[in-house]
Write a protein that binds this ligand. Structure first.
Ligand SMILES: NC(=O)C1=CN([C@@H]2O[C@H](COP(=O)(O)OP(=O)(O)OC[C@H]3O[C@@H](n4cnc5c(N)ncnc54)[C@H](O)[C@@H]3O)[C@@H](O)[C@H]2O)C=CC1
Length: 530
């Protein structure tokens, strides 16, 4: 569930989170010489005078080996390791079995969900975001605890060596990361500008990404899906292929210094191979994406409607076509907080006129959400990253849709309703729209208007407390009183607590997990992007 709706605080929070690799640009959370969003007294900087930065050229540079290392001897029951440091001029050139060959493209692979990492969240609430599923598959929660490839198969020699190193550095993880970044910025000062001024958030990201990759070293489909998305997502930060070797060198140097008994020539060779593979997948994914789509879109605000003192509906016109699916979300950067990106769901299905809308709730200490609600005006220009997320309608079935939308989590639910309407198939859609109080149901008029237009749609407002036009109680509890839901696909969107208790409730009343969809739970909307 996500670092996308999915626990998204879609618009809600500006907490830092997300799955980013070690090339994340300065992000959310911190600004050069400034305080984090949550710090008292941290005021937004003045709006920059100049236009948004130019799009950097993302190019597939020739891969530069981290350093020459003899490949480890492959176990007899496995094919020899691919010398992954090679850069193939085209996807077709890659050998069979290469994790990024065209016929092995993640969109044609299954089992791409990323298991939850056993890694602590950062103090700022950062969480690992699971890999996105291909858009033709629904989001599924409760991923397996172990990589799919590990089930029934012994781990490879490289995977064992890497896990051993990770265990070895765990007690000194803070030192390793501090050393790593110090080394990186001393050896490659030009890279410093790509990272946040305050590095505490970044440090956890590195190790989460490493743990993720290491845990899935034997699971090519999962690893490829995760890293490809990461590589594509890094385009908007201006990450270049030439940056990867610098990071690789410093990573190996840091491990060498701190891994103690778990470090050996064999371990180093394993890390080089795996890091090389990781880099290559990210570089390839970014290069392939470059042929298909821009690294970002500019989007002019053409509508800004304050629905409550804290919630605005913001409508933008992208500077070029922006293809997406109802239920997905994007990353968004405002001119007031350069390089701070936040996730927001599209609140409408794709429209003929190409306009996009978002529901944004200003949250305390939320720099971006506060600016979008209280400062943004028509004429302001935002930047959008690519669409992502897999909480989309499965149009191959006639199952009904059970939708739980809590607060601004109603945004993608409305988009899903419009999507069903546009497909013209009559399937029951039951929406439970929750808020803490009646006046929090800021989009109820729109939802009731849709209900009047579509006989297959039922909308029930639910408030946690107080006088109301609707039902009183917590969304999951109320949903339980209706049903049965065993012929429905369930979609949940709202605060993390609502998603968790909603999933628990639905499981308890017999809705199979593979019919319950939601974005990542640990990454509220408004959190930093990958
Ligand atoms: N803006 C967007 O595009 C999207 C936002 N979101 C997320 O939706 C959330 C919206 O926040 P708010 O509007 O402040 O909503 P809220 O916090 O006021 O709660 C909305 C509803 O969820 C229920 N709820 C909250 N905690 C619960 C729990 N532990 N168990 C059961 N029910 C619970 C409330 O009773 C209420 O009905 C944020 O977390 C945001 O990240 C999700 C998807 C898209």
């Amino acid at each position: 569930m996500r670092d996308a709706p999915t626990t998204t605080a879609g618009d809600g929070g500006d907490a830092n989170g997300g799955d980013r690799g070690w090339f994340t640009r300065p992000v959310p959370g911190r600004r050069a010489g400034g305080s984090p969003p949550g710090d008292r007294g941290a005021g937004p900087p003045e709006r920059p005078d100049g236009p948004p930065p130019e799009r950097p050229a993302v190019r597939a540079a020739k891969w530069v080996p981290v350093r020459a290392v003899a490949p480890a001897r492959a176990p007899a029951d496995r094919p020899p390791a691919d010398p992954v440091r090679r850069h193939y001029a085209s996807p077709e050139e890659r050998p069979a079995g290469h994790p990024h060959r065209p016929d092995d493209h993640p969109s044609r692979q299954v089992g791409t969900e990323l298991p939850r990492l056993p890694y602590r969240a950062s103090p700022q609430g950062e969480h690992q975001r699971p890999a996105e599923l291909p858009p033709d598959r629904p989001t599924r929660p409760a991923p397996p605890a172990e990589p799919a490839a590990a089930a029934g198969q012994p781990p490879s020699a490289d995977a064992l060596l890497i896990r051993r190193t990770l265990t070895g550095i765990e007690p000194v993880a803070d030192k390793v990361t501090s050393y790593f970044y110090a080394l990186l910025f001393v050896r490659h000062p030009d890279l410093r500008a790509l990272f946040p001024a305050a590095m505490d958030l970044q440090r956890d990201r590195l190790f989460k990404a490493l743990l993720t990759a290491a845990r899935h070293a034997d699971d090519a489909p999962t690893l490829t899906a995760y890293l490809s998305r990461l590589g594509r997502g890094h385009r908007k930060y201006g990450t270049l292929p030439t940056h990867y070797p610098a990071v690789g060198e410093c990573l190996i140097a840091s491990l060498t210094r701190f891994a103690g008994d778990s470090w050996s020539e064999a371990a180093e060779a394993a890390w080089v191979r795996v890091y090389t593979a990781i880099s290559q997948i990210m570089i390839d994914a970014a290069a392939e994406d470059e042929a298909r789509s821009p690294a970002w879109w500019q989007a002019e605000i053409i509508g800004h409607e304050l629905r409550t003192p804290d919630v605005a509906v913001v409508t933008v016109r992208p500077d070029q076509p922006y293809p997406f699916l109802a239920g997905q979300y994007t990353s968004l950067e405002t001119p007031w907080w350069p390089r701070i990106w936040r996730h927001y769901s599209f609140s409408a299905a794709p429209r003929q006129d190409g306009l996009l809308s978002f529901h944004v709730k200003a949250v305390p200490a939320g720099w971006v959400s506060g600016a979008l609600v209280h400062r943004a005006r028509p004429g302001d220009v935002l930047r959008l990253g690519p669409p992502t997320g897999s909480m989309i309608v499965d149009h191959t079935t006639d199952n009904g849709l059970l939708c739980l939308g809590g607060g601004t989590g109603i945004a993608p639910i409305k988009a899903l309703v419009e999507d069903v309407a546009e497909h013209g198939r009559r399937r029951p859609v039951e929406v439970f729209y929750g808020a803490r109080h009646d006046d929090g149901l800021y989009d109820i008029d729109t939802m009731l208007r849709l209900q009047r237009s579509h006989p297959w749609l039922s909308v029930r407002p639910v408030v946690a407390e107080g006088p109301t036009r609707g039902l009183v109680g917590q969304l999951p509890h109320i949903v339980r009183q209706y049903g049965p839901w065993n012929a429905y696909d369930a979609y949940l969107s709202g605060p993390p607590g609502m998603i968790r208790s909603g999933v628990d409730t639905l499981k308890r009343i017999g809705v199979p997990l593979d019919r319950i969809r939601h974005d990542a739970i640990d990454e509220p909307r408004g959190t930093p992007t990958d």
